[in-house]
Every structure is written in structure tokens, then in C-alpha cells.
Design a protein around this ligand. Structure first.
Ligand code: UDP
Ligand code: ZN
Ligand code: ZN
Length: 349
């Protein structure tokens, strides 16, 4: 008999499946949902995120909506199952953060500094809300941009997944940062930021509270990481002033990426915070941007080696690419009215 048979817990009817499935070989949970297939693919002539749509109404600058085709839900059917093929309840929350009522805004760098601060305040609110649910372990706040990434709706929006498990990649980062902390008594992320600021050559932007650099160990040609200079685990710990610096660093980074090839850069980004439960003094909140282009009309694909072993080849020189991004940053600085410096600002270390 196959082990994948759960007593008293029949599989839901085909076509209505929502559960977590565990890959015992990688330690990864796969979020399975047949609901996802129902979402409309690039609808023409109607936008569910525009003002006046069914769920949005009027009179807002930015707002959080529940994801209509959520892979995780607080209403997910309880399921369980053991043996080698395990499954678990897809408990959680998926939301959409509509960033502006303006449908045609192409990216966050086109929004004013104050407006981006409003978006980040929503990230704070989502974080606080999900922290108060004792079953939520990890929150990913992310943004997909561009057809190349596969966005289904172009109205400016980000998303979040509040998950009942600690995902593999941030778990790996935590394991390594914990080891470093035990060995040296310091935060690995703080040490990386300090070293990047010392080296300067990969720093793309810095201001009074944040720094953006193309990391020494970048996987994507124009990958950018944005860090608060202060050691914090959650966005909810940031003061209003720090939030302004974060918004400024985000605008500078996205502005530079969009100026780099004189076209909109497709990318995904994710805010890495500590898990929402437990104490994680060795973790340091930061945002990672993975831009997809390596040239104006060339995509960097995650292909053979990237997809199979999760190892990346870097097909140019990180320091040179950081220099290109710094120049791109300079070119947008007046338009964006940036608060800081394209590169490592004087006195920031
Ligand atoms: N969506 C929604 N309400 C709608 C239409 C779509 O909540 O009326 C969700 C949809 O499930 C999707 C998100 O909006 O998750 C759009 O996300 P995006 O285009 O960034 O990428 P996707 O999640 O589709 O890969
Ligand atoms: Zn719209
Ligand atoms: Zn730190």
C-alpha cells in the first residue's frame, strides 16, 4: 500500500485543493492551491485595483486588500498527514498592497517620498497585524514587476504572504547568521554592511539611515540589497525618520535600476524580516532586489545550474556593475530629489 493515505482525512475533491506539501529532501513546504489557477491573466479594460472597483472604493492613497486567490488562508481546511509524504493546513494570509490609485505609475520611484512612506507604513501595519496571530511564523512582503517576471496585473502593487512555517532560504540565512553570532559575538549582517561601506566600490546609495549596495556575493547582475544602518529585526521598529530614509533608499535604488538601460527594469524584491515568533537577535532586517536584465534587451535566466543546484554564475564584474548603477543613480538624483549620496556618503560608516 502506498504510504500516502491518511486515515480519516480524505483528500479534498479534485479541483478544490489547498494544502501545504512537504519536500522531505529539501525541507521545503510547497503551497498548493487550485484557487490560484482561477485568477484572471492580464484582464483587458478592467482593473480590480483602480479606485471605484468592487473592493477599492475611493479616497485612498494606498491600501491593503485581501488576495482574492489566496494560496494561504485562515479559513483553509485543516489537513494533516504523516509518513514520508507529509501535508499540512495551508493556514495563513495573502494580501495585496495597492500602492497608488494611479494605474499608469510604472514603479515606486515615480511616487513622491511621502507617498512611498505611506506604502512602508502599510508594511508596518501588516507586520504588526500578522505578529499578533500566534500561528503565523514568517511574513514575506514582496513586489513583482514587469511582464518578464509574470505579473498578472500591472496596477502598481506589492503583496505579502503570512506563512505558518519558516521558509527555506531565510532559514538558511538565519542558521548561518546564528553560527557567525556564536563564533564572533556580532551580527553578520552588520559586519557585511560595515565592510561594504569601507570598501565603497559596491555601494550604490546611502543616506542618514540606510545603505543600498550590490553585494560582494551578488547572484543577479544588478542585484541590490538595502539595509538599515541600525540593527533591527522588524520594520515596526523603525522610527518615522528612519522610514523616510528607507523610502528614499528604495526610490534611489529603483530609480537607478530604471535609468540603467533607459527602460523599466523587471524585478522582484522581498523584505526579509526575522520570523514573527521567537527571539532573533542575530538577524537584521533588509530588502533584496533581484533585477532580471543583464543588458537592455537581455534577460539573465535562472536556468540549468541556477534551477538545479541553486548556484549562480555571475557573468560580469560586480564592482563594475555597481559603478554603472552609481552613475544611473546620479542621473536620476535631481529628478527624485534624493536625500543622500549616490555611493558611500561622507561620514557614513
Ligand atoms: N488578485 C486579487 N484580486 C483580483 C485580481 C487579482 O487579489 O481581483 C491577486 C492575484 O491573486 C495575484 C495578485 O492579485 O496574486 C496580482 O499579483 P501579481 O500580478 O504581482 O503576481 P501573481 O501573484 O499573479 O503571480
Ligand atoms: Zn488600475
Ligand atoms: Zn545587524
Amino acid at each position: 500500500m502506498l504510504p500516502y493515505i491518511f486515515k480519516g482525512d480524505p483528500l479534498p475533491p479534485a479541483g478544490n485543493l489547498r494544502e501545504l506539501r512537504y519536500n522531505p529532501l529539501t525541507g521545503q513546504w510547497i503551497m498548493v492551491s487550485s484557487e490560484r489557477a482561477k485568477r484572471r491573466w492580464r484582464p483587458q479594460g478592467y482593473c480590480p485595483f483602480c479606485p471605484g472597483a468592487e473592493e477599492t472604493g475611493y479616497g485612498w492613497d494606498a491600501l491593503v486588500l485581501p488576495n482574492r486567490f489566496a494560496v494561504l488562508s485562515r479559513e483553509a481546511e485543516p489537513v494533516m498527514g504523516g509518513d514520508i509524504l507529509r501535508r499540512a493546513q495551508a493556514y495563513g494570509d495573502c494580501g495585496v498592497i495597492v500602492e497608488t490609485p494611479e494605474h499608469n505609475v510604472k514603479d515606486l520611484d515615480e511616487l513622491s517620498l511621502d507617498h512611498v512612506v505611506k506604502v512602508l507604513k502599510l508594511w508596518q501595519q501588516v507586520t504588526a497585524k500578522e505578529m499578533s496571530d500566534r500561528r503565523i511564523v514568517y511574513l514575506a512582503i514582496f513586489r513583482n514587476k514587469g511582464e518578464e517576471v509574470g505579473v498578472s496585473l500591472t496596477h502598481p502593487h506589492g503583496q505579502y504572504y503570512a506563512m505558518p512555517f519558516f521558509p527555506l532560504r531565510p532559514r538558511l540565512m538565519a542558521d548561518n547568521a546564528r553560527k557567525y553570532y556564536r563564533r564572533f559575538g556580532r551580527c553578520a549582517f552588520c559586519d557585511i554592511v560595515r565592510k561594504e561601506l569601507e570598501d565603497k566600490e559596491r555601494v550604490v546609495y546611502s543616506n542618514g539611515g540606510f545603505v543600498a549596495f550590490l553585494p560582494y556575493y551578488a547572484s543577479w547582475p544588478f542585484e541590490l540589497h538595502i539595509y538599515p544602518l541600525r540593527h533591527v529585526q522588524y520594520i515596526t521598529e523603525l522610527s518615522d525618520e528612519e522610514l523616510k530614509y528607507m523610502a528614499d533608499a528604495l526610490r534611489a535604488s529603483l530609480g537607478a535600476l530604471n535609468a540603467l538601460f533607459s527602460r523599466q527594469m523587471p524585478y522582484t524584491f522581498n523584505l526579509f524580516q526575522a520570523p514573527l515568533k521567537g527571539r532573533w537577535p542575530f538577524l537584521h532586517m533588509h530588502l533584496e532586489i533581484y533585477p532580471l536584465l543583464r543588458d537592455r534587451d537581455k534577460l539573465k535566466y535562472a536556468a540549468g545550474i541556477e534551477m538545479s543546484t541553486w548556484d549562480f554564475t555571475y557573468d560580469s564584474v560586480p564592482e563594475e556593475n555597481a559603478g554603472l548603477l552609481r552613475s544611473a543613480c546620479e542621473s536620476v538624483k535631481p529628478r527624485l530629489g534624493l536625500l543622500g549620496t549616490c555611493g558611500a556618503g561622507p561620514g557614513i560608516i
